[in-house]
Design a protein. Sequence first.
Length: 161
Amino acid sequence: MEKAFISLIDKNYGIILKIIRIYQVNLDDQQDLSQEIIYQLWKSYPSFQEKSAFTTWMYRVAVNTALTFVKQSSKIRKIQQQMIQNEPFEQNSFEYISEEIDPLNRLYASIHELNEIEKALIFYFLEGLSHKEIGQNLGISEESARVKLFRVKEKLQKKNK
């Protein structure tokens, strides 16, 4: 079982890389999120029933883990901020992104400004999932996925003009 799991993770590690890049800016946070995703995948692997493709199951576990991780991280940061009252809290800012930086980095910078659900929509879209599959993964209707995705794309286009 362990060898099969490791093989599947190695084969599909690009999914994890995309998710951590979408949900985290800081390299340390990206590494922490990557480890957490792999841990959650391993923990859930015995319940994977192969009713869907491994990647479909992996998307769902990885995105849900990222959403939880972001919520927990923001709570921890708020506590740390309260503890350090005299030091100003620095939030990640993408104002340094200039027109000279390649389009992929500009895209990721724009994606970081989206909320967690919008990030999931864009991730699934970039992975080539249909509106129906996006809706199933997020627990919303196909039509709702289509409308929300359209709005997120418009938002990203406005930011990148």
